[in-house]
Design a protein around this ligand. Structure first.
Ligand SMILES: Cc1cc2nc3c(=O)[nH]c(=O)nc-3n(C[C@H](O)[C@H](O)[C@H](O)COP(=O)(O)O)c2cc1C
Length: 369
């Protein structure tokens, strides 16, 4: 294909792959699309390590990074208080999660191991502006072609800094008013994400949202995201005026994806109506596979979910300090949480409504065929 987004990045096909997995990023970019690595929950040193790994394998093809900069929580996050669940969470919420784990028969790990895991996990949550800037400082040291801001418009200084280096900037939008703000903040294109999307999303369907955003920000290019897992869905996005697609869930089931085999099996077994929109994962509306965990939080009588990012820290920390860190095949360097596996009782994991068997476990590069 040849359109403005292909020319902007020198890519063959305007398929943009969001993934927390570096292998997916490399595979998609090498296949002629553009891989974008999610940096959420990465310490700056790990940003450096992951991007160096990509640089060594991607053969000079373009890739991007995606950052989460929540504005609703502006903790200075100093010292041990950040790691102390009793100080950070309301007792009712802690008791609820611990009871959930007890009733699912997940026993606590030995105290010293649990404390180590908790420190490692919770300290990797980046939720202050300073932490996000530190991550970006590291990212700027690598040949990134794109920065995507997931939560709101990029700050003007970020857009200016990126543009000065020839790096493009984009942001996710769930409504035309968000897209207009992104345009005014200096984005080079906008990513219109319909409610079908895995992860954080709004309530308007892709079919309705994409053309509204295309019209609102014209002539700025728009990518269509939310429920795209097949060529015919890409064709629909192009027919509605988008100039490419932004996909996330479809990569979870590829051989390059580092989600655990158990989660992959659940994704393959899931049908299109097994995904729910819930605040239980992060405190913001987020589409994920329905599980005992989401059911418990969404049931009448459950405590109200905490604001982001506390909700995620609460259950991630508590769950992992019981379940431990899954071993990642091919990553003997660390046991770190597999993306898409959030360690909840019942194994909650993000999954868009891409539906049963939409992507066989095969190399990501073949998905464009
Ligand atoms: C497991 C998973 C994790 C995600 N994490 C992020 C994230 O950290 N930042 C972000 O901008 N989007 C994130 N997303 C959303 C994607 O950027 C994208 O909007 C979405 O996956 C598109 O819809 P689809 O899942 O139907 O392809 C995530 C999606 C999934 C499936």
């Amino acid at each position: 294909m040849d359109n403005r987004l292909c020319r902007m990045f020198g890519i063959d096909t305007p398929i943009f792959a969001f993934s927390h997995c570096r292998d997916v990023v490399v595979e998609v970019s090498k296949a002629g699309g553009l891989g974008v690595l999610g940096l959420a929950r990465m310490a700056p040193e790990r940003v450096d390590e992951e991007l160096r790994w990509i640089d060594e394998r991607i053969g000079g093809r373009p890739y991007g990074v995606d950052i989460l900069m929540p504005s609703s929580y502006d903790s200075t996050g100093e010292g041990e208080a950040k790691f102390d669940p009793e100080a950070l969470f309301p007792p009712e919420h802690l008791a609820f999660v611990r009871e959930l784990l007890d009733s699912a028969g997940v026993p606590p790990l030995p105290a010293d191991e649990a404390a180590r895991i908790e420190r490692e996990l919770v300290s990797s949550f980046n939720f202050t502006r300073a932490e996000s800037v530190a991550m970006l400082d590291r990212a700027f040291e690598h040949p990134i072609a794109l920065i995507v801001n997931a939560l709101g418009s990029p700050p003007p200084e970020l857009a200016a800094r990126a543009h000065a280096r020839g790096i493009k900037v984009a942001a996710l939008a769930g409504a035309p008013k968000h897209a207009l703000r992104h345009r005014d903040a200096g984005c080079d294109f906008v990513i219109a994400v319909g409610t079908e999307a895995g992860g954080h999303t709004g309530e308007t369907t892709s079919l309705v949202l994409w053309p509204r955003i295309v019209d609102a920000v014209a002539p700025l290019p728009v990518l269509g995201g939310g429920g795209v897992g097949r060529g015919r869905q890409m064709a629909a996005a192009l027919a509605l005026g988008c100039e490419g697609v932004w996909c996330g869930s479809v990569w979870l089931k590829t051989v390059q994806s580092e989600v655990t085999p158990e989660i992959k099996a659940r994704l393959f077994a899931a049908g299109a109506d097994d995904a729910v929109l819930t605040r239980s994962v992060t405190g913001k509306p987020c589409r994920t596979l329905r599980s005992a965990f989401t059911d418990a939080w969404d049931a009448p009588g459950a405590p109200p979910t905490l604001p982001a990012p506390l909700q995620a820290i609460l259950w991630w920390g508590q769950g992992r300090t019981r379940a431990g860190l899954p071993h990642l095949p091919g990553r003997p360097d660390r046991g770190r949480p597999a993306r898409g596996n959030f360690g909840a009782p019942g194994g909650a994991g993000h999954a868009g409504r891409t539906g049963r068997g939409q992507a066989a476990a095969r190399p990501a590069a073949r998905l464009r065929r």
